[in-house]
Design a protein around this ligand. Sequence first.
Ligand code: CA
Length: 517
Amino acid sequence: MKPRFLVPLSCLLLGMGAMPALAADPSRRPNIVFLFADDHAWQAISAYGEARKLLDTPNIDRLAREGMRFDRCLVPNSICGPSRATILTGKYSHANGFYNNTNSRFDGSQTTFPKLLQKAGYQTALFGKWHLVTNPTGFDHWHILPGQGVYYNPPMICNGQRVKHDGYTTDILTELALDWLKQRDKAKPFLLMLHHKAPHREWEPALRHLGHDKDRKYPEPDTLFDDYAGRGKAEREQDMTIAKTMNDRDLKLTPPQQLTPEQRKVWDAYYGPRNQAFRKANLQGQDLVRWKYNRYLHDYLGCIKAVDESVGRVLKYLDDEGLGDNTLVVYSSDQGFYLGEHGWFDKRWIFEESLRTPLLVRWPGVVKPGSVNKDMVSNLDFAETILEAAGVAVPAEMQGRSLVPLLKGQTPADWRKNLYYHYYEHPGPHNVPRHYGVVTPRYKLVYFYEPTVNYWELFDLQKDPKELRSIYGQAEYAAIQKELHAELARLRKELNVPDPDPKETEIRPQKAKVKKK
Ligand code: CA
């Protein structure tokens, strides 16, 4: 399906505002292409070689083959908006003021890396999901999905003006980004941020990808029927199971509203007979969960097919224009995601599947092709990395650290040995209580600190990589537990994290003041 565009003329005259010319030769500064997905689990990228081999992502894999794959990229707050705010500012949620998706608003007056690149003479553009409530700042051109966005025929906002597009959102965003690249001022370096909605819930694939897996039965994670023994109330009382939480929209038993009659026919031709057979079978118990799991993976992975094609199209453009050699390309997601592990979908937890996000970086001449990095890195580091790559001074207030030495294969001796984590969105969707903790290469100390859900957990990732059994309070771990408590206290002090109010019953309100424009 070729997307058709209904775009005002003002949105076709892209990013041509005059910028001060720099004394240095701007052609030597690398272009930055930041390719970003929403909820893209590393388990669903074939370059990560996950045991289940869920799908092939040849174009995303090309970035691993020609660049560096990071195996321990961790997020400090595993949810959409906060993660985006962290990437832009290089700061933790408590420092940039964006804590949660429920009542936070991004203070667009604060320093972000796109703003600094723009000031340094870069052309800057953003396409796709933004999800920070206030309008983007720091971009010559922006064309975003309102809120979560939709998968088909999406309304969008182009530089403040509402527009409507017909087609599949992943394709439309790719077309818009390529159009912008074609029309840019070729005398200047550029920053392109292409933020897909996919593969976010409700996981609606391009119509051309329905049936992509030929009704494959997917290998199951061995924790699909986790009973949460060995862990506490939070894990037992969450609301993110495939068994109980998935609704008819998620499971494609109800079609999305946005489809045109022609699109609906294609949709019905695929899902109709399968849904009919499902209803007739009247599955129960684990059989029902298994059916849901397979439907979920068909849809989720189907969304990623189009994302992978998008990456391929952008890389081909860079090839065709001879830009590849001087362009730093990043592929990442706003967090990890559960694909049935522990019986779950969604994210939020400090636990591995949601904590760890994919990160692939291609930068010819700097990154050795096919290299793999296992250091503990974070999306806190993205801003500083991109600024250093562009030769722009990094503000002292940023809380990450540039990955440029790691990209060169030279991890500094004093690289971080642990990471502070803090999740705030509760009460909220999926009922994951607020928690904070410290993650080290081997251990994870976690504190669920709300008055009604008040307990500590400790995991030994070496002995228990699937995090099935908290060993908090066990005598043999007393020394490491004490050490981790001290480290957690030190991190909270160093990072200036406000103490939670023990009487707090509402999610933390946003503290930063937002200027009205
Ligand atoms: Ca997300």
